[in-house]
Design a protein around this ligand. Sequence first.
Ligand code: ADP
Length: 225
Amino acid sequence: MIEFKNVTKIYPDGTNSLKNLSLKIEDGEFLFIVGSSGAGKSTLIKILMCEEKLTEGSLIINGVDISKIKYSKIPHLRRQLGVVFQDFRLIPSLNVYDNIAFAMRVLGKSTKEIKERVPAMLDLVELTSKGQNMPHNLSGGEKQRVALARALINSPKIIIADEPTGNIDPEMSMDIMRLLNGISQRGNITVLVVTHEKELVDTFEKRVVTLSDGEIISDKTGGYV
Ligand code: ADP
């Protein structure tokens, strides 16, 4: 479903951040991407999100070579992706319910659909009673669960979590990972988690792709290298 084929990325200043990288990710797979700072993790994610163009090679998502698609098709493609960031990126002036509903409103979804779907997502991330809370009244782990509900609200096929537990305590971090794992298993959603957290990676027997200096140096199931 996602295939990076011989992808090279050279930034305008000449930095070669991905070097002939090939990676195939199946539908519904849960994958950790690890590697030290500067290894190329963010570049990989940015190419997947169409925020950066690859220099050479191709990226196929659901049979479509996105390195060749028209600029005007990018918003449609992005809708297949749900993204969770380290810093949550909630809208501070909106309550939990409206933060999640916002992602549906921008796509023009009806009030009826929103009223059905948002509570279901709040249940899924175990925040059933927190819809009226403002973001500043939530813990880090709760904020990240709101962000996860927002990422899932429009039924994406792929979830990208970029250091999702970077700003939350270890116990909550485990909850977030369990939720992400459950989502991938139950919903057949592909989940990519970029993380530095060795303990979390070791807890889940999942595929771990390790990047170093723009190359994959290890791709195996279970445990951090
Ligand atoms: P990671 O996410 O693993 O820390 P990055 O993908 O951010 O790695 O960076 C990989 C390499 O590309 C690093 O050498 C970094 O300095 C470089 N890089 C990242 N973004 C840019 C950019 N916009 N312009 C030039 N070099 C960049």
